[in-house]
Write a protein that binds this ligand. Structure first.
Ligand code: ATP
Ligand code: MG
Length: 413
């Protein structure tokens, strides 16, 4: 019996990894241009961190965490998301000494969900967090940065939805109002939403169940219940987005699955993803740093689902560039010896070269070059050796030309 990967844990194969690299490099470039610096966070945290940040009655904490006791009996969890870790690091290393700290991270996250297209148990996120700024322009800047990132990648059809979840002052008032409404349509809600009606009624608004969608169609919108401060913030975020040329639709049903959000939340969706339609999501979390024992710090952040983004880019024919590879074929011992130095120089000049190893002669060498998927074959035989040239053959067109050793790299490039 051969051993296969664990269900929901994927290999990303060489042909696929190119687009991942494009995503990471583009994120690095775009996010750096806004002053974000990379932070590398551990994959394992104390379970308590997620209990205290994500919230006890969320899907993640209730049923999706990979939690375990290590050999010492300490309760640990494979991180289900990155914000909690970023905030933990921010407090632990006193990064709040600066007025605003802009961070980004990338890496695998783990959630015990039902694996399907666009939904896995190990999945990758690129996230960004801005800690220390309360101004609505912060929200708009971060969202604009994300949209620019998608724009630079060439992602088509991304739609931005925004909402506000209020603050500890106005959300409880809305919650009460919503509970009253939901009580009236209780029989039509799914079991999960009925169970959470008293503790986390907002989740019913973005439940994917048909009954819940219909039953909550006439629910009062949260934006009608916001306090003056939250309403003002929401209005200013929207006009700041407009100023930046970023179009946003207000979606009252988008409530997000993490308890720490306050005020602005947003989601970027694409129809190319089917039911798993969110490619990125985030929002403001003004209470989290203080909840985790740090100084009161307003924050804004988001995370992008890399598998979903890679999927969309693939569908759009964006694969990331792999530089064309050349196969070097030396015929005979002398040519092989001289070839060592030549290949080294071409590689140093930025031309990827694989050596066809073995003494099989030209025909066998060309066959191997073809099966390696080489774009060019570089041949060094006895005649070439004497003349100080190589024969460069374009594997697609079969066109071939003799080029001087020093000019081969330039010719291929
Ligand atoms: P969804 O509503 O699709 O479950 P979410 O609200 O749980 O998403 P977040 O926790 O905000 O998502 O994570 C941000 C992004 O990470 C999502 O928009 C999505 O692109 C991606 N993501 C979340 N869970 C998974 C998963 N299990 N597999 C692949 N990508 C995921
Ligand atoms: Mg989810």
């Amino acid at each position: 019996m051969t051993i296969t990967a664990v269900k929901g844990f994927n290999d990303i194969l060489p042909g696929e990894s190119q687009v991942w690299r494009l995503i990471e490099e583009t994120a690095w470039r775009v996010f750096s241009s806004y002053g974000y610096a990379e932070i590398r966070l551990p994959i394992v945290e104390k379970t308590e961190l997620f209990l205290r940040s994500i919230g006890e009655t969320t899907d993640i904490v209730e049923k999706e965490m990979y939690s375990f006791a290590d050999r010492h009996g300490d309760g640990l969890t494979l991180r289900p998301e990155g914000t909690a870790s970023a905030v933990r690091a921010y407090i632990e290393h006193k990064l709040y000494a600066r007025p605003v700290t802009r961070l980004f991270y990338r890496g695998p996250m783990f959630r015990y969900e039902r694996p399907q297209k666009g939904r896995y148990r190990q999945f990758y996120q690129i996230g960004a967090e801005a800690l220390g700024e309360a101004h609505p322009r912060m929200d708009a800047e971060a969202i604009e940065m994300l949209m620019r990132f998608f724009g630079e990648l060439g992602l088509p059809g991304a739609v931005l939805n925004v909402n506000s979840l209020g603050c500890p002052e106005c959300r409880p008032v809305y919650k009460e109002r919503l509970i009253k409404f939901l009580d009236g349509v209780k029989d039509r809600l799914c079991e999960n939403c009925r169970r959470r009606l008293g503790t986390n009624p907002l989740r019913a608004l973005d439940c994917k169940g048909h009954g819940c969608i219909e039953a909550t169609g006439a629910a009062p919108p949260i934006t009608d219940a916001l306090c003056a401060g939250c309403k003002d913030h929401f209005d200013r975020v929207r006009s700041a987005l407009h100023e930046r040329g970023t179009e946003a639709a207000v979606n009252h049903r988008m409530v997000r699955g993490l308890d720490y959000y306050t005020k602005t939340t947003f989601e970027i969706t694409s129809t190319g993803l089917g039911a798993q339609n969110a490619v990125a999501a985030g929002g403001r979390y003004d209470g989290l740093v203080a909840d985790l024992g740090g100084p009161a710090t307003p924050c804004f952040g988001f995370a992008v689902g890399m598998e979903r983004l890679a999927l969309l880019l693939n569908e759009a024919g964006i694969k990331g560039e792999a530089p064309p590879m050349s196969a070097f074929i030396a015929l005979g011992g002398e040519a092989a010896k001289t070839g060592v130095g030549l290949v080294r120089r071409w590689r140093e000049a930025g031309v990827p070269v694989v050596e066809v190893l073995g003494d099989g002669g030209l025909k066998s060498g060309m066959k191997k070059a073809d099966r390696l998927g080489a774009a060019y074959a570089i041949i060094l035989g006895e005649d070439e050796l004497k003349a100080g040239v190589v024969t460069v053959k374009d594997m697609k067109t079969a066109e071939q030309r003799q080029v001087k050793w020093d000019e081969a790299a330039g010719h291929i490039k």
